[in-house]
Design a protein around this ligand. Structure first.
Ligand SMILES: *Cc1c(COP(=O)(O)O)cnc(C)c1O
Length: 219
């Protein structure tokens, strides 16, 4: 199936309250153009340099999401244009995003990455750490960032019962945090292999790569 028809199929099938992030990491600019021409405006990348290169050449009405792990010293390269950073999992990173956003006189939207998977390799905060962050005085002083939701990645497994439980846990964490921070509205969970399950468990933003653009050769 072509990229364009895959985009159209997803746009038709996804519930209206669910945002599709087309994960275009490792894919060439012409693949993104094909998705763009099919109406897609939200793209997710996991490397800052690659995202900057694509941002420079593609139409300016694209909403760029950084979905990968963010190194503090690279925030400055995307601060001018990034629309949403999914993987914020510590206060020092948030502080740096705030500082770089200030230089461009803008507010950068962020999601707190919550660790829901079993694997040690997956980044993220516990629900307790997220609660403490949102309650802290130093967080309240950051005026150039907005925490607008949570993000999580399930364990890489074929055990869909486990994946469903991990999504349920993220939704529970969201429900705990939401009363203390009214701006929280996004739950970013679900990828090509598990987005239908994620939507059943309350996802409002799915990050889909390989089922739109085909398999990747490397990550
Ligand atoms: C690569 C990636 C995706 C997309 O994965 P697919 O299985 O290709 O849909 C989603 N989220 C994150 C954080 C990723 O790194």
């Amino acid at each position: 199936m072509s990229i364009a028809s895959k985009i159209q199929e997803l746009q038709n099938d996804l519930p209206k309250n669910v945002t599709l992030v087309a994960v275009s990491k490792t894919k060439p600019v012409n693949a993104l153009e094909e998705a763009y021409n099919a109406g897609q405006r939200v793209f997710g990348e996991n490397k800052i340099q690659e995202m900057v290169e694509k941002w420079e050449v593609l139409p300016k009405d694209i909403s760029w999401h950084m979905i990968g792990h963010v190194q503090r010293n690279k925030v400055k390269y995307m601060a001018e244009f990034v629309d949403l950073i999914h993987g914020v999992d510590n206060f020092k990173l948030l502080k740096e995003i705030n500082k770089q956003a200030q230089k461009h006189n803008r507010v950068i939207n962020c999601l707190l990455q919550i660790k829901i998977a079993e694997e040690d390799s997956k980044f993220g905060m516990s629900a307790e750490e997220a609660t403490a962050l949102l309650a802290s005085e130093e967080f309240k002083q950051l005026e150039n960032i907005a925490i607008v939701g949570v993000m999580g990645m399930a364990t890489f497994t074929n055990d869909m019962t486990q994946v469903r439980q991990e999504f349920k846990n993220l939704k529970t964490t969201f429900n705990q945090l939401q009363p203390m921070h009214a701006a929280l509205e996004i739950i970013s969970m679900g990828m090509s292999g598990d987005y239908e399950l994620a939507i059943e468990e309350g996802s409002t933003m799915v990050r889909i790569g390989s089922s739109i653009f085909g398999a990747r050769n490397h990550l």
